[in-house]
Design a binder for this molecule. Structure first.
Ligand SMILES: Cc1cc2nc3c(=O)[nH]c(=O)nc-3n(C[C@H](O)[C@H](O)[C@H](O)COP(=O)(O)O)c2cc1C
Length: 163
């Protein structure tokens, strides 16, 4: 029997993740979206992966550009997480009024994030309704220490260290 979609979503909502903004730019176009499906893949060479909905414009722009940036959000950057998830009605340009820099690859990055990574696409895997992009990290930076933004049970929160 096929698994019920809402049961699957409910189960996955119990998984706690960090929150990133994945960005890309190509031939004068740029875009970004909030992404929690981000993880490291390999240390040598340094590889990470992201899973992007195949129906999204960002998926095609990352594919064409062959590059993406990952900005790991701080606990006080919920507004950025919502903005890049398309949750602010009437927001035409998600980058408007946001501090961003251009990385070595040309990807826009959020310099106020907890950390950022600049990546070139090394592999693409079509898997179900998402594309898994594996990125080779060409540059990265950990910002000042701070609390990480987390997403759990469809709620935004912050990481609390155990005793
Ligand atoms: C916490 C959170 C995590 C998300 N993670 C992903 C993800 O890993 N991959 C993805 O394709 N979309 C993810 N999304 C959804 C995209 O951010 C959203 O579909 C996109 O910004 C909408 O873009 P559009 O308005 O251009 O369609 C996530 C949304 C939220 C709120």
């Amino acid at each position: 029997m096929p698994v019920d979609v809402s049961a699957f979503k409910d189960a996955m909502s119990r998984w706690t993740s960090g929150v990133t903004v994945v960005t890309t730019a190509h031939e004068g176009e740029r875009t970004g979206l909030t992404v929690s499906s981000f993880t490291s893949v390999s240390i040598a060479p340094p590889l990470v992966l992201i899973c992007i909905d195949r129906r999204k414009y960002a998926r095609d722009l990352i594919d064409r550009a062959g590059l993406f940036g990952v900005s790991i959000l701080r606990a006080d950057q919920v507004a950025l997480g919502k903005r890049f998830a398309g949750m602010i009605p009437g927001m035409e340009d998600r980058f408007a009024g946001v501090a961003w820099i251009t990385a070595e690859t040309g990807a826009p990055l959020l310099p106020d994030a907890l950390a950022w990574l600049d990546c070139r696409v090394q592999d693409r895997h079509e898997s179900g309704d998402h594309t898994i992009f594996v990125g080779r990290v060409v540059d990265c930076q950990a910002g000042e220490q701070g609390d990480s933004l987390v997403y759990h049970n469809r709620q935004w929160g912050s990481f609390v260290a155990a005793e």
